[in-house]
Write a new protein. Structure first.
Length: 138
């Protein structure tokens, strides 16, 4: 792979994810408390399906590029980026997928929805740091 292509790809994936996570953090997740339970369940199922078409390619693309960089363009920024991306994946699947499953199953309450917003700050900060590392490195 051409180095310029990798750099540009990394920037696009990181930028896409940082914009997406800030929109989710500031707009989407806080809006969940304004839905009645039955409307939230219906909307949440549509939301998770639709957002998956955006999030999954971005997350996989980011993961592939940072792993490739780890082997081909090693630097402290690349190593740190790989570690942070892995942490984001872990907390996404260990914390956020179960919360979203509860919401889709109708087990949402105001406390769970507030936890979703509060805990998502960690992912928001991590993806922001990953994006800043991408900017610093290049």
């Amino acid at each position: 792979m051409d180095a310029l292509f990798v750099i540009f790809s990394r920037f696009l994936f990181d930028f896409g994810l940082v914009v997406l996570i800030w929109m989710v953090q500031l707009v989407v997740y806080p809006s969940f408390v304004y839905y009645k339970k039955e409307n939230l369940i219906s909307w949440h199922k549509k939301y998770t399906k639709g957002i998956s078409y955006v999030v999954i390619p971005l997350m996989f693309g980011q993961l592939i590029v940072v792993i490739w960089q780890l082997f081909k363009q090693q630097s402290i920024y690349t190593l740190l980026s790989v570690l942070l991306v892995i942490v984001v994946w872990l907390i996404t699947f260990l914390i956020f997928v179960p919360i979203h499953n509860k919401i889709s199953a109708g087990d949402a309450n105001e406390m769970l929805l507030q936890q979703l917003v509060q805990r998502n700050w960690f992912r928001t900060i991590l993806w922001t740091v990953i994006f800043v590392l991408s900017l610093i490195e290049y």
